[in-house]
Design a protein. Sequence first.
Length: 247
Amino acid sequence: MDIKVFTLFPEMFESPLNSSILFKARQKGLLNITLINFRDYAQDKHNSVDDYPFGGGAGMVLKPEPIVLALEDNLSFDDDEQEIILLSPQGKVFNQENAKLLAKKKKLALICGHYEGFDERIRSFVTQEFSIGDYVLTGGELPAMVMIDAISRLIPGVIKETQSFEEDSFYHGLIEYPQYTRPRVFRNMEVPEILLSGNHQKIQRWRRKESLRRTLKRRPDLLKSYKLTPEDEKLLKEIETEEKNNG
């Protein structure tokens, strides 16, 4: 996948892109990331990328010229394999389903905002707009890093075992089941006996049940839109009974 990031602060990406899985994916040629400073496309001698908003108001707004010129110089607007994404608090909230869809694209462009927002006309040149949550950050660089990480790990070959991400929370719409490793007993807390049984069918059933239990407790909203199987319904009834008995 080819990802182009349009930012005023390319240096912010150096450590994340040169560490861990993202670094290995770039080494393998599975991920090509280009950082483009749109200040290089400023049109005046001061290299200005922002200005006061018409009508007054606090703060400065990003000008359209530097960003649009940077896009035109580095992208093709008629490429169906490309998404041009504006990172903004006004965008739809980015989730795992979005990550799965974007991971199928060959080319992504991420535009990182700053200051008090964008000139509205910039939105005419983008295909999607995303936020990573209902809060405001100083700029779009951190959201861009989050999206790059979430999307890249779904690209075939980036993570060696696909099961590693297919069992992640949210990948199939539920929260992941509890995980344990050695030691078997840690400060009087023991690993559930069933995980030591070697009975894979029972282990899978336990994991599914605990995934449902954890989703019910922590994110019940996810269950409202999740298509439950008859076995899931049975497990939820068991969970309800157990919770009543323990309550």
